[in-house]
Design a protein around this ligand. Structure first.
Ligand code: 8DG
Ligand code: MG
Length: 135
């Protein structure tokens, strides 16, 4: 299943947005990047914009498309298509999830993410993109 996800930079500082999954869903209570299933007839970019609107109420600029990650969970295989984005405002609301939080990259290891996210978290921890003034 194809999942479009948004790594969303804060409009003014170097934090990114994470959201907590609800208690009654696949991978319940894990923290994640906002996103979800790409619908039939929709591009991944359309899906990431729609999911971001639906789940956290934000409009975004898409900055980069990162390599996809395919992961087998028991009973389900997902392919994550990550997009590095910038939010146009900072008023993220937890519309589809339990909570949202703006966090620094250094704080990410304090939150529990699904297994499939491990390469993304590593890339973010190595990355200078989130502290570079130009991005
Ligand atoms: N959004 C998101 N999903 C992730 C991440 N990491 C990860 O393994 N996943 C998995 C969890 C789910 O199996 C799948 C996302 O599907 P979902 O159930 O949230 O899809 P959706 O938002 O379209 O929700 P729904 O309409 O089916 O309720 O991808 C992540 O960082 N963000
Ligand atoms: Mg979702």
């Amino acid at each position: 299943m194809n999942i479009a996800i948004a790594i969303i930079k804060h409009p003014k500082d170097d934090r990114i947005l994470i959201a907590q999954r609800k208690a009654d869903v696949h991978l319940a209570n894990f923290w994640e990047f906002p996103g979800g299933k790409c619908h039939p007839g929709e591009t991944l970019r359309q899906a990431v914009r729609r999911e971001t609107r639906e789940e956290v109420g934000l409009e975004i600029d898409i900055l980069e498309e990162w390599n996809s990650i395919t992961h087998d969970y028991p009973g389900r295989t997902v392919t994550l298509f990550p997009f590095l984005c910038r939010a146009l405002s900072d008023d993220a609301r937890p519309l589809g999830n339990g909570k949202v939080a703006w966090v620094t990259v250094a704080e990410l290891p304090n939150y529990e993410f699904p297994e499939a996210n491990a390469p993304l978290i590593r890339r973010l921890l190595r990355s200078t993109v989130l502290t570079a003034a130009a991005v």
